[in-house]
Design a binder for this molecule. Structure first.
Ligand SMILES: Cc1cc2nc3c(=O)[nH]c(=O)nc-3n(C[C@H](O)[C@H](O)[C@H](O)COP(=O)(O)O)c2cc1C
Length: 185
């Protein structure tokens, strides 16, 4: 799939059909997260692939979002911030979260390319997730991804925020390019 198509067609799916995805494809999606930039080359992101139904049930309870239990697989993204915070102190905490987002976006685009569906679930009780999956206290649980096939392909995608609302020139809030010629090559 062309990159632009994957970027533009990715969307959150919260209703899955009963078909079980090929777990090896999910591994391919996780593999794509290896290629993102990481501060100082310290790779902090980890993924847990969960297929045990009792664990998926506990994840659903921790997220208080029932649609999660429709999924045969759930991927839990975590970060181990230790090397990054050792190298960069407080700033390292920010880097760890930022690089998790970068890795997750690769993962989401690959999910889209391979015809799978998911939803980024960011609301959860972290202590419950940690208990269910034996994650130690120094690890951050970043996000949770129930994986499946979309129940019914949506014909229309949500319209996205206009470029005009996110782009400024030279200073925050400046929407007009004052001297367009200066931008030319
Ligand atoms: C950090 C973050 C946390 C989110 N948490 C949840 C969540 O807990 N439950 C949920 O259903 N969707 C969650 N979402 C998905 C957003 O609601 C969704 O991305 C947004 O509505 C835009 O829709 P789209 O993904 O289809 O483009 C989260 C997304 C992000 C980036």
């Amino acid at each position: 799939m062309e990159l632009n198509k994957a970027i533009q067609s990715r969307c959150s799916v919260r209703k899955f059909n009963s078909k079980k995805p090929d777990w090896k494809k999910i591994i391919e999606c996780i593999d794509s997260a290896r290629y993102v930039p990481m501060a100082g080359g310290n790779y902090s992101l980890k993924f847990i692939l969960v297929n045990e139904p009792d664990k998926i049930e506990k994840i659903k309870d921790a997220c208080q979002q029932d649609f999660i239990s429709q999924a045969h697989y759930v991927v839990v993204a975590c970060s181990n911030p230790s090397r990054t915070t050792n190298a960069y102190g407080k700033q390292g905490e920010t880097y760890t979260r930022q690089q998790a987002g970068a890795g997750i976006q690769n993962f989401l685009l690959k999910i889209t390319e391979l015809g799978l569906s998911t939803c980024w679930v960011g609301y959860f009780v972290e202590s419950q997730i940690k208990k269910a999956l034996k994650i130690s206290k120094e690890i951050n649980v970043e996000a949770i991804f129930p994986i499946g096939f979309e129940y019914e392909k949506k014909r229309t995608r949500k319209t996205k925020i206009d470029l005009d609302n996110i782009l400024y020139f030279n200073e925050y809030g400046q929407k007009k390019m004052k001297n367009p010629k200066s931008m030319d090559v």
